[in-house]
Design a protein around this ligand. Sequence first.
Ligand code: MG
Length: 392
Amino acid sequence: MAVPIIKHVRAFTVRGGGADYHDQGRDHWIDDNISTPMSKYPAYRESRQSFGINVLGTLVVEIETDTGVTGFAVTTGGEIGAFIVEKHLARFCEGRPVTDIEIMWDQMFNGTLYYGRRGIVLNAISGVDLALWDLLGQVRQEPVYAMIGGPVRDELQFYATGARPDLAKDMGFIGGKMAVQHGPAQGKDGMVAELTRLEKMRNAVGEDFWLMFDCWMSLDVNYATKLATAAHDYGLKWIEEALPPDDYWGYAELRRNVPRGMMVTTGEHEATRWGFRLLLEMECCDILQPDVGWCGGLTELLKISALADAHNKMVVPHGSSVYSYHFVITRHNSPFSEFLMMAPKADEVVPMFSPMLLDEPIPVNGRMKVPDRPGFGVRLSPDLDLNRPYDH
Ligand SMILES: [Mg+2]
């Protein structure tokens, strides 16, 4: 059978939600006084948009074959990502059979190694890689999950990330993860406020519902240890991304410090098998949380997952909607999924990458069957205001 050849790789940018889910309007829980590494500066404390969390915007990568079949993917990356895709990464894909994903990944990574390794370059590589998997699925008329080993269970089950774990419980989720709103700079009063909020939520949801804290890189070992120790009284299941991602030593120490039974999780701002190898070998955490749109794409996530499996660690990807769902359903060491509550008040379930994708599935009663459609099973909304800042 003749394998279609990749003819065009194109990169677009788009603003307002979507893959750059921090790019929201005002009065959204995701931008309401969340503790960050910038919270030590009072001027940047109230809103993450104040220090530029939404500066990048969404990157859309579209890949077309010589037979006119297209695949696409979205990630965070905006105009810089579009530049990297068009001016640098496209050359490693165009002219190749759609099946050559492994060599394309290797050339994209090694060809950018002198300025890449992680960050925006890996976001861009991830976007191309996910678009390649979508394209292969469109060519073969198979869902991505079927091409990477097939499902190991019937459906996904979800915990919810948002401001209202109590409402998430009513919606059928298995747990609720709240963003911490105070860090070391806000001292003891801040910690008391945090614990008070946790206690209130525990009282609202009862004993068995999972409650977690997401600290978005904003604490230090001492503060995180105190918070985890006190939060143990309210059954905190895990403390997430407590420290800056480069502080592997701090994570190892925190993991030794937290109360027995509480998990330390991290990895959403980590990239590649080499970054995750450090987290594993230094015993930094109990659950790895790679973002498939940032860590190197699905090709790399499969390698990270195999490495984690050999260390008896779970891999529960950060957000990323369908790009995570197709992975999670195929892995034994990925027993549940994250769902980001993107309704401004976290009071209803809306598609995670809303309003960017058509056919984007959502959990019902906290559960979801991954749709049996080719590729990642979604389409780009025709209503988007796409911009193509570069070409080649
Ligand atoms: Mg997180």
